[in-house]
Every structure is written in C-alpha cells, then in structure tokens.
Design a protein around this ligand. Sequence first.
Ligand code: NDP
Length: 341
Amino acid sequence: MFGLIGHLTSLEHAQSVARELGYPEYADQGLDFWCSAPPQIVDTIKVTSVTGQQIEGHYVESCFLPEMLASRRIKAATRKIINAMAHAQKHGINITALGGFSSIIFENFNLQQIRQVRNVKLEFERFTTGNTHTAYIICRQVEQASKQLGINLSEATVLVCGATGDIGSAVCRWLDARTDVADLIYVARNQERLQALQSELMRGKVMSLEEALPKADIVVWVASMPKGVEIDPTTLKQPCLLIDGGYPKNLSKTLKHPGIHVLNGGIVEHSLDIDWKIMSIVNMDVPARQLFACFAESMLLEFEKLYTNFSWGRNQITLEKMDLIGQVSVKHGFRPLLDLC
Ligand code: NDP
C-alpha cells in the first residue's frame, strides 16, 4: 500500500474544493478553521503498471495551506505535516510521498526530531520526499521540450530559480554532468549556498532574477515560494522555455506571449488511466493520467517493493538514484509531460 500526503494551494482553493465536494460548512471557513482541521484520507487509489502489476494507495489531505507560513502560523503548519504522517502510518501505508510543501516544512523546521505523535512512533523509512523522481522528470522535460522548440542545449543558457534547493541542486548537477548545456545561472536568496553550488560544479553564474531572466533560453522554476511571482514576458528571449515545477506555481499567472512557452514542470503522464478523484481537484488537464512526479515516486517504490525513504534530507540526490528511479518510471509506464502552452 502506498500513500500520498498532499495539500491545496491557497485558502481560496481549499474553500472552492470544499464547496465542490459538498461541504458548504467548510467552504465558508477562514484560515483558523483549516489550522485546526485534522488530516483525512479523502481518496483511495488503484494504479496499474504497463507490466500488468496492480497496487493500491490512499491520498491523505494534510489540511496545510501556504497562507499558514505567510501568516507565521508555523506551529499549525508543522502539526499538519506530522499529524498527516502519523495518520498515514496508522493506516498501515508502507511508503508515503510528502508532496509539495510537506517535505519543505519537514526539513526547514527539523521535524525529524519529533518521533512520537500520540501513540504513533514515526518510522521515517516509510516516507519519501519524492524529489529524486521530480528532479529526474524536470531534467527530461528540459532535454525533450527544448528539442521540440529547436533550442539547442549546447548553445543555451539555463536559469534555475531555486537552484540551491533539493530539486534545484539535483537539476543543476544533472544538466552539468549529463548534457552539453552551454551555461547555467543560479538564482536563490542565500548567497552562501549559491557560492557553494557554484564551487561544487565549478561553473555557472550567480545573479538576481531580474538580471538573469533576459539572458535565459530556458528557465526551470523550483523555488519554494508560497505565492507565485509576476514576470514581464517582454523582457524574455524569444523563444524561451519556462518549466514551472513549483507547487504552488512559481509563476502567478499563465503567460501568453509570442515565443514564450510554458510547461507544467515535475508532472508525469501515466500510460493507463488511474482510478482516483484527487487529480481533478488540483486541476490537472487530464486528471486520470497526469500527476505530480513526487506522488509517482511512492507508486514506483511500491511497485518495486522498495520500502525505504528513497529521497530524504536535503541535497542528497545523486545522479545514480535519478537513473534508478528514471528506469523504473519508464518500466511502469510513466513519461514526462510535454504539453507546451
Ligand atoms: P527546497 O526548500 O529544498 O528549495 C527551495 C529553493 O527555493 C531554495 O534554493 C531556496 O533558496 C529557493 N527560494 C525560496 N524562496 C525563494 C525566492 N523568493 N526567490 C528565489 N529563490 C527562492 O524545496 P524543494 O526543492 O523541495 O521544492 C521546490 C518546489 O518544488 C516547491 O514549490 C515544491 O512545492 C515543488 N515540488 C514539486 C513537486 C512535483 O512533483 N511537481 C514535488 C516536490 C516539490 P533560498 O531560501 O536561499 O532563497
């Protein structure tokens, strides 16, 4: 049995989902209500691999909302994640992905120190961040979508916004080692971590986002921003490929401008329909087949009976692990989303 711990992208999103699912009493509630709401299993999932193997899982809604961080309700935010993990474990789930901000909160607030949640002693080997598969899928999206657009990587500058993060640093390492990309630009806030990445890879430039955007042929967005940013498309190169892997999205709105192509980053498409409801709630274009790569990681670990925290901690993702998860991803019928808009 696999599990997925997820959350919605904003209070407004949570209210509209509650209304849609027929819970009007939840739909009218503000942030305080969501701060006290307990985790819930809201979906049961059946996935069939192209090998014919079938697995079952559960989606656990943590009731975390990004506004909890913005309004400094840190205790509520951390409680949501730890309670959702205990809930998953209590229901006998072998391997659970910590989707979106769940793993970011776990790391940033040192939740590994909390082992006991009421009568549940958390077993961290039952959880994975899913970031190895996410990083692998984003790298394949860079390679394949650039080809579709006629952007030659050997002449291209790739900007990674969130470059020092778990996913961002893995993407930078892969692009450096596995492609002939001409140049890399790293964007984040903490200068020390940026310098460390530059020294590790012995290449690439550190710049502010404003300075970097006009120089990039491809932008990978993997910053942990609770709210997306607005950018001026007229300052970008043409063509320019923007791969937005943030959840919530790093770009606040869909850009429609000649020569600018946006791709939903870190998303995979399965070859067969998945029996679930949850992906229509997060507005996937093809909800029966498309999903977050981090969620797919827990499915892959369940298919392979790899009951281990495959992705854990920060900046530990190796190219070998990306290769391994990439191979099983293909084996079970997942592929990177390549629908450009
Ligand atoms: P991390 O916390 O490990 O890294 C976040 C990175 O973003 C760091 O480099 C951080 O550096 C940078 N950052 C944060 N805020 C800003 C800002 N305002 N401007 C520029 N850089 C910023 O996060 P992850 O790598 O785990 O996740 C990254 C994103 O990917 C998140 O949005 C997450 O929800 C999403 N995600 C998507 C998945 C999918 O399946 N599609 C799966 C898992 C995560 P600094 O603090 O120095 O600025």
